[in-house]
Design a protein around this ligand. Sequence first.
Ligand code: UN1
Length: 509
Amino acid sequence: TFAFEKYPFLKELGLQQTNHGCFDGEKWTGNGKTFLSVNPTNNEVIAEVKGATPEEYEVAVQNMNKAKAEWVKLPLPRRGEIVRQIGDAFRKHKAALGRLVSLEVGKIVAEGEGEVQEIIDICDMACGLSRSLNGQIIPSERPDHFMMEQWNPLGLVGVISAFNFPTAVFGWNFMIAAVCGNLTMWKGSPSTSLCSVACTKIIIDILEQNNLPKAALTLCMGEADIGNLMVEDKRFPLISFTGSTQVGRIVSEKVSKRFGKTILELGGNNCLIVCEDANEELALKASCFAAVGTCGQRCTSLRRLLIHSSKYESLKEKLVKAYKSVVVGDPLNSGTLCGPLHSKAQIKIYEDGLKKIQEQGGKILTGGKVMDGPGNFVEPTIVEMANPYAPILQHELFVPILYIMKFDDLDEAIAINNSVPQGLSASLFTSNLQNLFKWTGPLGADTGIVNVNIGPSGAEIGGAFGGEKETGGGRESGSDSWKQYMRRSTCTVNFGKSLPLAQGIKFDL
Ligand code: UN1
């Protein structure tokens, strides 16, 4: 039996106990694997979702290809208007969808709603983009010639997203891709399949109301089987993948082998540096939210906290005290600040990680235990680490374990920040201008997101989101990320009556 009836907001989102997990561009179907949606707070099964078969996948791709011309031919601002309507639909369902995210992932409601807010924000941004997206006009060296850039859609975009942001990351990709004129196939994480079904329903409704091709979005829930079909399919010129570095490497190799493009959002290993002149209260608050929020399961979560030795003892004491006041519990209850880990697999990572950390000299200051009961609860943990270069610090554990370490010189701290293979987000707390510009400059943080006096998590959608090195190099949502969803045509037009060649070449017949 399912615990479905306990959560009335699921019906508002059009969900049922048994759901189709494939929207093939025309109809809902799903004869593939069955995915159970499990509440990480008590491990009760909420509902089930039936994923796509390879045959259903094929129908979806064909439906997308059939709908391509109609979608592409719409003027950009018209697609922007559709995305605006989608944003309004997400506003309407923000409370229900936010609770579903909270229920299915295990993050607190404020963060679940925050994720839906990110979708609303990206809709606004994509709508604006639909009236401002433009190319350059470049001076031609030849008389009576005109040179311009035209940006055209890529066609079909594949989006593979992870459990920790089961709606927002899809939203960032879909809204931009759609405005740019692409059709998107989405494979969400099997363990957050209700979120995928709910978002798809909201969007399909709007497409239907506007009498537009519904194949602008298809959903194929599945595991590596479906993921692999997308990754190896030449009909997808772009694959946007969010997940582990390990799987991202495989995706990258397979897609580049067929000369496709990727947007990769892989692991982070984010650091926060507290300088001698930092505002300690701000650094304390920022560290707690960034390390404990989403139970340490954001790719931007704080992992490594480097504290100047003059502030070390006092900040350490305050942190331990703050951690002891964090309410761990049902993420749907107001007052809870930290929910459970998403799955049993995450608990194992926490336990194995702590063992290794202690073997490598780490000392647990607070937390360190898996909590009794049916849910996936663990204690948010602080570990004191004498060696900032210990091998375990090279890995992202994706659980709420925070390492704290001491430093004396900022250059040394920056070297530690940059010493890991990942390069997503990093923060510096300082009130000193020299430190600030050193940090943001070429000899500073080597990450894609570089912050000052705010924590590493919780980025706004207006900036380009993503990171360097093993984080994969992709950029999503704001700034000029849209360019990755388009192909650039350099167009040279001769409006004269002769044929001057470039490079001064004479070729007289
Ligand atoms: C992720 O963890 O996959 O900055 C994305 C943040 C969010 C996105 C995190 N806006 O923490």
